[in-house]
Design a protein around this ligand. Structure first.
Ligand code: NAD
Length: 284
């Protein structure tokens, strides 16, 4: 079988270009979407993510407000900043870059974000809205997975979808989204028995395990679609996914690479959420 690579970089670029046009129209109507990003401390990976988010805002025409705070910042100070941003009409999206320093309660800070500005989709309101099918802001990586499938014309309806991983940020929300698209969804986790057999039934496999090259070609049903959410380092320190890409070639019908698959989609969907949040708040 000829395995088709799903080019997440290209699809993310298309989405950003579409958003650029939408933002131009909104600006002509007097609305400039604004995103506030709060970064506490000096985590190098977080600094890279934040800088990429700012670059994407600039490209699309979203105004970004940046708060880079020292690691000694108190939880109270962050809560107060979130409150100020909640009340700032130029800010339509608020993103608190995780992880926060250990002396802060992440959940308390997420709860403080006004759900209409929660562009990461982590607030319990938005998580709840997703689970009962209400409109809300959907978290970016899971939304990116669905968008990759849709834009590759892969049908989800009626398909056996196996999600490996049940985290709050990937596994659970991606499962709910697949269900919303009428997939038949199975969620696997560290205590799942006979994972090989379960994955072997899948038409669509979503790997969100956090273990390098965990899903191999021998586990797949021929023709399965494989979406790799993982970001790991292999034994040589090279970036790799949760899927053993090489062993899946020739067995999977479609596969996402790492890097260049789901990763770029996360930022594209964040930008999508900012524009959506701005439109909702601006009454468009
Ligand atoms: P997590 O550690 O919170 O969750 C991992 C899940 O895998 C858990 O639910 C656990 O039960 C399951 N698991 C662990 N061992 C297993 C096993 N042996 N068999 C079956 N299931 C097992 O991780 P996460 O935050 O969901 O992230 C998963 C991966 O996705 C990581 O590599 C992370 O870096 C990556 N990630 C990528 C993006 C992106 O933008 N592409 C965003 C978020 C996370």
């Amino acid at each position: 079988m000829n395995t088709q690579m799903i080019d997440g970089k290209l699809i993310a670029q298309t989405i950003k270009d579409e958003l650029k046009v939408k933002v131009e129209t909104l600006k002509n109507q007097g609305l400039t979407p604004g995103l506030a990003v709060i970064l506490v401390g000096e985590n190098p990976a977080s600094q890279v993510y934040v800088s990429n988010k700012k670059k994407a805002c600039e490209y699309i025409g979203i105004k970004s407000f940046s708060y880079e705070l020292p690691s000694e910042t108190t939880e109270k100070e962050v809560l107060e900043l979130v409150e100020t941003l909640n009340n700032d009409s130029a800010v339509h999206g608020i993103l608190v870059q995780l992880p926060l320093p250990k002396h802060m309660d992440e959940q308390k800070i997420i709860l403080k974000i006004d759900p209409v500005k929660d562009v990461d989709g982590f607030h319990p309101y938005n998580v709840g809205a997703l689970s009962i099918g209400l409109n809300g802001l959907v978290s970016c990586t899971p939304a990116g997975v669905i968008e990759l499938l849709k834009r590759t014309n892969i049908e989800i309806q009626g398909k056996n979808c196996v999600v490996v991983g049940r985290s709050n940020i990937v596994g659970k929300p991606v499962s709910l989204l697949l269900l919303r698209e009428h997939g038949t969804v199975t969620i696997c986790h560290s205590r799942t028995k006979n994972l090989h057999a379960v994955v072997g039934q899948a038409d669509i496999v979503i790997a969100a395990v956090g273990i390098a090259k965990f899903i191999s070609g021998s586990m797949l049903k021929p023709g399965a679609v494989v979406i790799d959410v993982g970001i790991n380092r292999d034994e040589n320190g090279k970036l790799c996914g949760d899927v053993d890409f090489e062993s899946c070639k020739g067995i999977a019908s479609h596969i996402t690479p790492v890097p260049g698959g789901v990763g770029p989609m996360t930022i594209a969907m964040l930008m999508h959420n900012c524009v959506l949040a701005a439109k909702n708040q601006g009454g468009f």
